[in-house]
Design a protein around this ligand. Structure first.
Ligand SMILES: [Zn+2]
Length: 476
């Protein structure tokens, strides 16, 4: 609208100017190089205007000719870069798809087209790895660490390589360098922590955990749990090197951080019992029993109550069971103590209370022991032993990652090096046979042969399972 109005005004002004010039004829006389020009002022003005327009057009043409090579170079360069980026993209897609040959082809193409090593080096390294050439990949990763923009990516590549070949020293050094570069990177912090715990650098791992907590990579609870586990591992190390004071200090720190860490509770209680602080030990075990009853607490509790004979042990264990009444471990603990003290009735009461719901191997073994000791009923005892052989195994420390099962707790898994992965529970790999075979009927009768073999006759079944079982007393 305004543009049209402006043109209209310009044209009107020009027309008015021309009309005005036509109305003012005047005369101009020019004499130059033997020529004489006589004309009106209007014609001279138009002539000057025409020469100005022509000069402007010629200047534009000259500029175009002078600038043409540069513009062509820019256009060609941009096309080349586009091709380079295309090769990069195709290469990355090939890496993601695991196409080693295509990745290498596109990496070379991108390298040839793009004169920008930081961009192409990562692709070249990944393509080399896909082709199984770890040395070439290492060269690329190392070159990347020399460039500010790609240093972190290069370090990450080298770190993964060091971890893959189990070179812990090199891996820790690289992780530290990466951590200095990006202290707030969660990936680096976690990798550094894993490497430190795998290589037994417990104190350094503690520093990493506290830093991770400050950077909000860990919740408050997770951070305390990790620090508790690290402290108790340090306590175990101090104990094995004879530094009992340091061992107690670290174990107490572990319990303060996480009172559910039973191995640490046991460590503190053991140390207190050794130095005669029995009341403190007993009180700590009672609290732990209320939270997380664990069979290892029972033996220490009897010591902390200074039980001098088997009857006093039963009394002590009954008192401990009172801190978690009705719990399977409470019943089992009293039953065990009662069996040892020949208190058959009491043992049976506690076993009856659990074996309806819990027919684990340890319950079956205790029932077998009771049947033989109380009534000398060998048939019943052996029946329970057979049950024990197919029952859930006894709880142990089981790695939540790889299923590795051990009796004694450790901060890292012996098999997969996972940190704080041991849980006290029934091992998963041993499943009860009758759960695997839904058609198996409960055992109806047992016949003991002269040669000590036992024949199990299943309910409503003509199938007979022959098995050789040692008598209970022999096992004991
Ligand atoms: Zn494991």
């Amino acid at each position: 609208m305004w543009k049209a109005l402006r043109y209209f005004l310009i044209i009107t002004a020009l027309a008015a100017g021309a009309a005005w010039l036509a109305d003012q004829p005047g005369s101009v006389s020019l004499e130059w190089a033997g020529y004489q020009i006589d004309t009106t002022f209007g014609v001279l003005a138009i002539g000057i205007g025409a020469i100005a327009v022509l000069s402007a057009l010629l200047y534009r043409l000259w500029l175009f000719i002078v600038r043409a090579p540069g513009s062509m170079r820019i256009a060609w360069g941009s096309r080349k870069r586009n091709k380079g980026f295309q090769a990069l993209t195709k290469g990355m897609v090939a890496v993601a798809a695991g196409d080693a040959e295509e990745a290498r082809k596109q990496a070379r193409r991108a390298e040839g087209i793009l004169s920008d090593p930081p961009l192409t080096m990562l692709l070249s390294a990944q393509a080399a790895q896909l082709n199984g050439d770890e040395r070439a990949a290492e060269r690329f990763f190392k070159a990347m660490t020399e460039n500010n923009e790609t240093e972190f990516l290069g370090l990450r590549g080298l770190l993964n390589q060091a971890m893959a070949r189990d070179d812990m020293g090199e891996a820790v050094a690289l992780a530290r360098r990466a951590h200095r570069m990006k202290p707030d990177s969660e990936w680096v912090s976690q990798s550094l922590f894993e490497l430190q715990t795998r290589s037994g650098q417990w104190l350094d791992a503690g520093v990493t955990v506290r830093e991770a907590a400050r950077n909000k990579h860990l919740t408050h609870e997770n951070s305390r749990r990790r620090q508790a586990v690290l402290s108790y591992q340090l306590s175990m190390n101090a104990e094995s090197s004879g530094d009992h004071a340091e061992a107690l200090k670290q174990a107490r720190a572990a319990v303060d951080l996480d009172a559910t860490l039973v191995p640490a509770v046991l460590g503190v209680a053991r140390s207190w019992i050794k130095t005669g602080r029995l009341r403190k030990a007993a009180s700590m075990i009672e609290k732990a029993w209320g939270r997380t009853p664990h069979p290892d607490l029972v033996i220490l509790y009897s010591d902390s109550r200074a039980a001098k004979n088997l009857l006093e042990v039963v009394k002590a264990v009954e008192r401990l069971a009172g801190f978690n009444p009705g719990h399977v471990e409470s019943n089992l603990a009293v039953a065990r103590a009662a069996l040892d003290a020949d208190l058959w009735g009491q043992a049976r009461t506690h076993l009856d209370a659990i074996h309806e719901n819990d027919q684990s191997a340890r319950v079956c073994r205790m029932m077998a022991e009771l049947e033989e000791a109380e009534h000398n009923d060998l048939a019943s005892s052996r029946k329970w032993l057979v049950q024990a052989s197919i029952a859930d195994p006894d709880p142990a420390y089981v790695c939540g990652d790889c299923g590795n099962t051990v009796r004694n707790w450790h901060a890292t898994c012996d098999n997969c090096n996972g940190f704080d992965r041991y849980e006290w529970r029934v091992p998963p790999h041993a499943v009860r046979v009758d759960k695997l075979l839904p058609d198996v009927e409960p055992i109806d009768a047992i016949e003991i042969e002269d040669d000590d073999s036992v024949t199990l006759i299943e309910h409503n079944s003509t199938d007979i399972i022959d098995t050789q079982i040692k008598p209970f007393s022999a096992e004991k």
